[in-house]
Design a protein around this ligand. Structure first.
Ligand code: SAH
Length: 232
């Protein structure tokens, strides 16, 4: 109706209150950090990184009010933004207390975890197989000024390089087994984190490279969307 302003809904008000890096989003974000500590995340560098990234800018408008809850949320194309706990633990395991140079993420989705990894390293390459998601992630990362994160639209399982090796590789989608070619992209002393298991439940798994030896350790039970083949 012309001239009549619609009454803002609760979600509209929250969207406005948490837009940019305002106080409201700062407070909810700090509550998320306190909860992550209670859940056993101890790496202060990871917690500080997560405290600085506006997670609400990576979720669709309808989910802004839940952006800092410990849940995965839809981001379109049947994909999700990972639960904060899974992001925090993956980053903590990938970092292993070191400062990182080059990081590779497989499964960029909305770009949130890549933004967090960007705070922990010099440069992040994230690969997303769904082109529309890759484009959206690029846009959000540019809006928040994450200049050291590069998004590529490709099947990350096919990633290959004989030029660069990565200090850390974070796979953000569940797989039945470790993609062998990705292991070859790990630098000596490098760490890969990947959810391994069935479609419905996986364990966050850390693979550490020492020379040509790869050691595997299992951690928390998690649920990730599956790693798929091909590019869309
Ligand atoms: N890192 C995201 C999580 C995204 S969910 C976050 O910060 O929340 C996992 C993503 O992996 C999905 O977007 C899915 O499209 C993508 N994916 C699945 N298989 C892939 C593959 N082989 N290569 C690249 N991306 C893949």
């Amino acid at each position: 109706m012309a001239g009549v302003k619609p009454t803002p809904t609760g979600s509209d008000l929250l969207t406005r209150a948490t837009a940019g890096t305002g106080m409201a989003s700062e407070r909810t974000r700090l509550r998320m950090i306190a909860r992550l500590r209670e859940q056993g995340i101890t790496d202060d560098v990871v917690l500080a990184a997560m405290a600085s990234i506006p997670r609400h800018m990576f979720v669709d408008d309808g989910f802004v009010s839940r952006a800092y809850d410990d849940v995965s949320l839809p981001i379109g194309f049947a994909q999700t933004i990972s639960q904060p706990f899974s992001v925090a633990r993956s980053c903590e395991l990938a970092r292993g207390g070191r400062s990182l140079d080059l990081v590779l993420e497989i499964g960029g989705g909305c770009g949130y975890q890549a933004a967090v990894l960007g705070k922990l390293s010099r440069e992040v390459y994230t690969i997303e197989r769904i082109g529309a998601l890759a484009a959206k992630a690029r846009q959000t990362l540019s809006r928040i000024g994450a200049k050291n994160v590069k998004v590529r639209n490709a099947d990350g399982q096919e990633a290959a390089s004989n030029v660069v090796l990565f200090d850390a590789i974070v796979v953000a989608a569940g797989a039945a087994a470790v993609p062998q070619n990705l292991l070859q992209l790990l630098a000596d002393g490098g760490r890969m984190v990947i959810p391994l298991g069935s479609m419905t439940e996986q364990r966050l798994t850390l693979v550490t490279r020492t020379g040509d030896t790869f050691q595997q350790q299992s951690f928390d039970a998690v649920v990730f969307v599956p790693l798929k083949s091909g590019q869309e």
